[in-house]
Design a binder for this molecule. Structure first.
Ligand code: SF4
Length: 206
């Protein structure tokens, strides 16, 4: 099925059919059309849009339609058929909280209204993940690494958390660790042993 951003975001679109009281936002549609055009023509696009425009949907909808376009392309669409699958879109956000909003709120809604299959995963910068090997080393050397009792207490708490956390990322902690402690146990490119690491199989980053 051929779909446009208007089919999803417009006043008679699929989101409007799902959400009572939904109102089309002209600036959002304009931005979404511009993103769709830039993707289709392999162009760069810079957009400045104020609060309330609905920027997230304005880039998510055309991106999803672009990566799932092959599903609906006619059999003789050689360009679409020749593209390598699966296609991916990388969305880089300024904050992790916006990423989490996209993943837990916006994308589930779009997944429920766009009649095409797509998946999404959250990827954070390396320094957001705990390194099991560095944590073990820090626990062994704790007394010589940290001078304050609070830092030692946090290290012990991180050790306990590492056995329970789902993804080992800092945002999974219920508190914000002291920076010096976190830096000692975070995944770090210059300290990583990669495949030679005994913890590689259980590594949160890999
Ligand atoms: S593979 Fe690298 S990041 Fe992962 S636990 Fe080992 S040293 Fe740490």
């Amino acid at each position: 099925m051929s779909l446009t951003v208007d089919d999803i975001l417009g006043s008679h679109g699929r989101i409007a059919a799902r959400l009572p009281g939904y109102e089309e936002r002209p600036e959002q549609i304009q931005m979404a059309r511009s993103v769709a055009s830039a993707v289709a023509n392999h162009q760069h696009l810079v957009v400045e849009a104020g609060t309330g425009v609905g920027k997230s949907f304005a880039y998510l909808v055309p991106s999803i339609l672009a990566v799932t376009a092959d599903e609906s392309s006619p059999p003789d669409d050689a360009e679409a058929k020749g593209r390598e699958r699966p296609l991916r879109v990388v969305i880089s956000t300024h904050t992790i909280s916006l990423q989490e909003q996209l993943l837990t709120k916006d994308l589930p809604l779009l997944n429920s209204v766009i009649p095409r299959e797509f998946t999404a995963v959250l990827v954070k910068g390396r320094g957001n993940y705990l390194s099991r090997r560095r944590l073990m080393a820090a626990v062994e050397r704790g007394g010589s690494l940290f001078s304050s009792e609070e830092e030692m207490r946090q290290l012990r708490t991180l050790d306990e958390w590492s056995r329970k956390t789902h993804d080992g990322s800092r945002s999974d902690l219920l508190y914000r660790p002291v920076q010096d402690v976190w830096e000692e146990v975070a995944s770090d490119n210059s300290n990583c042993m990669g495949r030679k690491c005994p913890q590689h199989g259980a590594c949160f980053y890999y």
